[in-house]
Design a binder for this molecule. Structure first.
Ligand SMILES: Cc1cc2nc3c(=O)[nH]c(=O)nc-3n(C[C@H](O)[C@H](O)[C@H](O)COP(=O)(O)OP(=O)(O)OC[C@H]3O[C@@H](n4cnc5c(N)ncnc54)[C@H](O)[C@@H]3O)c2cc1C
Length: 382
């Protein structure tokens, strides 16, 4: 039996940064991962967008922290993560979207988010050549940005290892034993583990981990596709998010990364529930048509690769974070939906304070993101 202070199940967008922050607090931490290395679950499917412009205080706070961490990452830790602070731009072409985004803007500003309504001229400055027909303006948040999910998780892995975290790859958690209302033993095919605190950070498999201890955690994955072009000189700055739905998609978004490649993604309508990660032939015709109509300058770019991954969705689009009532040493950091990459660093830091320092500072987060909420809310910018 290997014994630790904390065991994290899942070396993904959430588990790897969290392991580092816990180890920095002096805890003895192990991470159990069923795949061969870090970030091979949904972390590698993420396109790299990082924003604090959400519609609720918890995610805003978590992601503001993520941005602070990531923009200083290279200076602080000497590791390149391809951070680009290009902002997020939501261009608006119709009255209904203008009304709803302006309404949300008022709410977001109360949380001290740096974002504003900008004119069509400003939109053209940020995205030269964008379709101007009926363009009414946009909301723009200049402090948001992007970085490489592979580099961020790789960097955290090496920092975590240096801080003493032990990673066990190719070890799937297959069974969990309890003693009263506490987890006593975690079993993989190779080994038995025990710890004071167990963290479920199993992403799209969070529900299955819950079921091992009789807990029903409402995380249901759905499939999303993305693609990347060849690199070219930088020609636009922000992540462009078009939230107008059409017959087959709810929205789509794209940006140019530090290497000059345009990375893009679409939200299918209706959602494709399940764990299918095979590429489809429908994705490119659908997304390319929409992207070219919004931004004709993309037309000469060659697409290098497409892929498909999963959003670990919850019924209301918000994550689930905090200790469970039924199993007192089980902490949940699951249900990250389409934002787990941007949530990872900030949540890692916050959860380390909750777990190691028993801090009450973030009670507003664990209350809002509790497993025991009624899940009837709706995240407007999920
Ligand atoms: C196309 C696409 C684009 C996206 N773009 C963005 C974006 O721009 N920005 C953003 O913030 N998010 C984005 N996301 C969402 C993001 O990828 C996820 O929210 C995030 O990766 C979830 O993090 P996680 O740590 O919960 O899960 P993961 O990163 O999947 O980590 C969970 C880990 O747990 C492991 N695991 C599961 N079961 C077990 C077990 N029984 N034993 C041991 N290990 C186990 C898995 O193998 C996995 O490695 C995107 C997702 C997709 C599909």
């Amino acid at each position: 039996m290997k014994t630790f202070d904390v065991i994290i199940i899942g070396a993904g967008s959430i588990g790897v940064p969290l392991s580092f922050y816990l180890a920095k607090k002096g805890l003895k931490v192990a991470v159990l991962e069923k795949l061969a290395s870090e970030g091979r679950g949904q972390n590698r499917a993420a396109i790299g967008g990082i924003r604090a412009t959400h519609s609720d205080p918890s995610k805003i706070k978590i992601c503001q922290l993520s941005i602070d961490i990531l923009k200083n990452f290279k200076n602080e830790y000497g590791k390149e993560i391809d951070w680009v602070q290009g902002g997020y731009l939501y261009p608006v072409y119709d009255d209904a979207t203008e009304i709803s985004l302006k309404k949300l803007l008022g709410k977001q500003k109360k949380f001290k988010l740096n974002l504003d309504w900008v004119t069509p001229e400003k939109v053209n400055e940020l995205v030269p050549g964008i379709n101007n027909n009926d363009l009414k303006g946009a909301t723009f948040s200049p402090e948001d940005g992007s970085c490489s999910p592979l580099k961020v998780t790789g960097a955290y892995l090496s920092l975590a290892r240096k801080s003493g975290v032990e990673f066990y790859f190719n070890e799937e958690v297959v069974s969990i034993e309890t003693n009263g209302n506490k987890i006593s033993t975690i079993l993989t095919a190779k080994e038995k583990y025990s710890a004071e605190i167990i963290i479920n950070a199993a992403g799209a498999e969070a529900k299955e981990i819950g079921l091992l201890v009789g807990l029903n955690i409402p995380v249901t994955p759905d499939s999303h596709e993305a693609g990347i072009t060849e690199p070219v000189q930088p020609f636009f700055k922000p992540m462009v998010v078009d939230i107008r739905p059409d017959d087959y998609s709810l929205n789509y978004y794209f940006y140019q990364n530090k290497e000059g490649q345009v990375v893009f993604c679409i939200t299918p309508k209706p959602p494709i529930v399940g764990k299918d990660i095979d590429n489809t032939s429908e994705f490119l015709p659908l997304v390319v048509k929409r992207m070219l109509s919004l931004y004709p300058r993309l037309r000469n770019l060659r697409i290098r690769r497409t892929w498909r991954g999963l959003y670990p969705m919850t019924p209301d689009g918000f994550p689930i974070v905090g200790f469970t009532k039924e199993i007192e040493n089980l902490f949940l950091a699951v249900g990250m939906c389409g934002q787990g990459f941007m949530i990872g660093p900030g949540l890692g830091l916050i959860a380390s304070e909750i777990i190691a320092d028993k801090s009450n500072k973030y009670n507003f987060i664990t209350e809002q993101l509790s497993l025991y909420r009624n899940f009837s809310g709706v995240e407007m910018l999920k």
